[in-house]
Design a protein around this ligand. Structure first.
Ligand code: GTQ
Length: 340
């Protein structure tokens, strides 16, 4: 840079100005260049560290006893992609994670142990492995463990998105444990059985009233689909979770998917602008992300950043759960996908 320019930049800096031409290429890139990098977390390696958190702090003191899965390209920012947060939450027998609510939306994917519940606005749901559970924005929620095993689940939240928009609010409930207002299964019966109350008219940004998608049901559907059809070359068998009342994503900021890949099958390369977090629920295989191969097994988590090519191979029949910010990008007309 010439001395003349440097001196000029210094002078205008004092007036809160900076030249666009020095940063234009980075501000308006020809294609996405996410700071997030591909990464995989092996549950078998993490488990002991998650359990150790149970000896370091109580769930009550921590409020949420979670180890954040921090993207190596975004250290210190508590996120797995620029828009999404993921963490592993542990709750020990007899513990309670006290009731609170916030404008961030959350999903849980149950990974390890049984006997825990999550309560959303007065209704509990028992957490079973593979269950996809949501806590919509501004709903009171607490977690408890009535069983005799430690329970671990993956949390996925839109924390970075809400932080970006500076729209975060949170408050604690008056009591640590919400009183039970409705029996377990009530929301599924009212909103998740191909039936709706007559006066129910959800607005576009309303989250689903169905807050648990039991793994058993998802698994049976995916097995029926896999038995009835050849896998798609790019997706194998992939379905999206929906709000059954609207057909839109369960929460306005987060899309979630289930994917079955038959043993021996390899998907063709695909890339999309929604950086996606994957969890292996069953089986094993490999994810080739922008040329690097990551081997995954049950409960492993891997992240595919925006516009990175992904190919999946299953060595044993695999079932993957995944989530991304796709609904946000689609609402803004930004989402792109390329099937190679
Ligand atoms: O369970 O409410 O991983 O508020 C991060 C923030 C979980 C929760 C997290 C939260 C929660």
């Amino acid at each position: 840079m010439t001395d003349v320019r440097r001196a000029y930049y210094d002078r205008i800096a004092a007036h809160g100005l900076t030249p666009l031409w020095e940063v234009l290429g980075a501000l308006v890139p020809p294609e996405p260049r996410p700071p997030a990098v591909p990464a995989l977390w092996r549950y078998a390696e993490l488990r002991e560290h998650v359990m150790e958190a149970g000896r370091v702090i109580t769930a009550e003191e921590a409020e949420r006893r979670v180890l954040i899965l921090e993207n190596p390209g975004l250290r210190g920012q508590s996120c797995i992609t620029q828009s999404l947060y993921a963490g592993l939450q542990l709750i020990l027998p007899g513990e309670v994670a006290p009731a609170h609510r916030h404008t961030q939306s959350a999903l849980r994917l149950v990974l390890d142990g049984e006997g825990a519940y999550t309560a959303v606005d007065g209704e509990r749901t028992t957490m079973r492995r593979g269950d996809f559970i949501i806590t919509p924005a501004w709903t009171f929620h607490d977690h408890g463990n009535l069983g005799d095993q430690p329970v671990v689940w993956l949390d996925g939240l839109d924390i970075p998105t809400v932080r970006f928009l500076d729209a975060g609010f949170a408050e604690k409930a008056a009591t640590q444990v919400q009183s039970v207002a409705r029996p377990e299964g009530d929301a599924l019966a009212r909103y998740g059985a191909n039936l709706l109350p007559l006066d129910y008219a959800p607005k576009p940004a309303d989250p689903t009233k169905v807050f648990v998608y039991p793994h058993e049901k998802t698994r049976a559907a995916m097995q029926a689909i896999a038995a009835a059809s050849a896998p798609d070359p790019h997706l194998a068998h992939k379905q999206r979770y929906v709000n059954p009342a609207t057909g839109t994503s369960p929460m306005p900021t987060i899309a979630a998917f289930t994917q079955a890949i038959p043993a021996g099958f390899e998907t063709r390369a695909l890339r999309s602008t929604d950086g996606t977090i994957h969890v292996c629920l069953e089986g094993s295989g490999e994810a080739e992300i922008a040329g690097t191969t990551y081997r995954f097994a049950e409960n492993d988590v891997f992240v595919v950043p925006s516009w990175h090519r992904l190919q999946l191979r299953a060595s044993r029949d695999a079932m993957l759960f995944s989530f991304s910010d796709r609904p946000v990008q689609q609402a803004l007309g930004l989402w792109r996908e390329e099937r190679l």
